[in-house]
Design a protein around this ligand. Sequence first.
Ligand SMILES: [Zn+2]
Length: 441
Amino acid sequence: MSRLRSTINLAPVAYHLAAVRRRERLSHAEQRDIQSRLLRALVRHAYQDVPHYRRVFDASLVEGLRSAEDLSAFPVLRREDLRELPPGELLAAGFTPENTRAATTSGSSGIPITIRNSERDLGYLRATYLQDMLGGGVRLTDRVAYFRVRPFLRHPLERFGLLRNFHVPTDRTLDEQVTAFLAARPTFLIGFPNVIGSVVEELRRRGVRYDGVRTVLFGGERLTPTAQAQILDHLGAAHQEVYASVEVFTIARTCPEGRLHLRSADLVVEVEHADGTVSVEDGEGEILVTRLHSEAMPLIRYRLGDRVRITPNDCSCGVARTPIVREVIGRSEDRLVDADGRRFYGDFITFAVQDFPEVSRLQVVQTRPGAIEIRTVLAPGARADVTADIAAAVRRVLPDQTVTVRQTPYIAPEPNGKIKIVKVLDPAREDATEKGRAADV
Ligand SMILES: [Zn+2]
């Protein structure tokens, strides 16, 4: 097993990239065949080499597994498991903190977890990201700006002036981010929509016109159509999107028609419905993901925390032939409470709000059971009475709640940089500070 390198080794990236590109051109049935083969090998590897799976998997189920449909008899891996299991329980034999690289994420749930990847896993990760960029139309001559907290490792092609990386540090002040952005003179942007949006808003506020960007590759949270149009119109750029996470890499990627197709040959996506039944790559419910290329720390049936709606492929693009992620409906833990104490998913409320073209950002906040506050950032020149119309629209879909609409200049991201579109304040912890912040605006 090789030690980790401090720079990117391109050979495994090139190898994985060729494989990823080849697999993604196959029919859905061919991709499912590859998926089944990789899944059998992964589950056997996990059972033989990973203490946790050795304990919780049933030997006869491991032996009998043929395809993703058989996974439903296996236990789900929760985010909490990753925190609570002793270190090493999820690492495969031969892998240690010394020969793997850690990636930590807190997600929207606020539960920080650490994933460990081997050099081979990282080669696959980089190939996936490179394919995301190639799918988004990146050229070797592009100057790529990553909006993220930490910079990426350098890669050797940069020495030849190819695919040059620039870092816009999203944990710094907006002024520093704008300075980094303008100094980079990027042609291709990658990042969460809200952080890119903040920089673009600041450019517009300063009257700075920067028209060098060809494409923006969005990942992370959803954006209102108005906010997305503001970013793309100001930059004069095209739009691509990926549905990805630190733990399982890229789950789905937009095709030329703008639809998010699943990456069936590299991941198993199961959907757990409200009644407890599970479908493979279909329906609405909580997403469970198995990343098929993961040797150091396999995550099998990992509960990512998102709710999704997936339908069979009916896209005319002809490029991707896998099922389509229609919606990432939001984090499952952000469930609102009505006056009777019943919990429900509040994402539908955002649709009543985002249909107003004056709304460039929004957040649905539950301040106490039965009371909802809609926080909106309005586009310049928005009519004064739009907040009353928004309140009326929300009351139509939410007649039993007390609804208030608050105009605010800014919606604060969570510590991970993403914005929670539907957020429930925990009265014990957050309420006081959130109220203080909201009162300022
Ligand atoms: Zn398509």
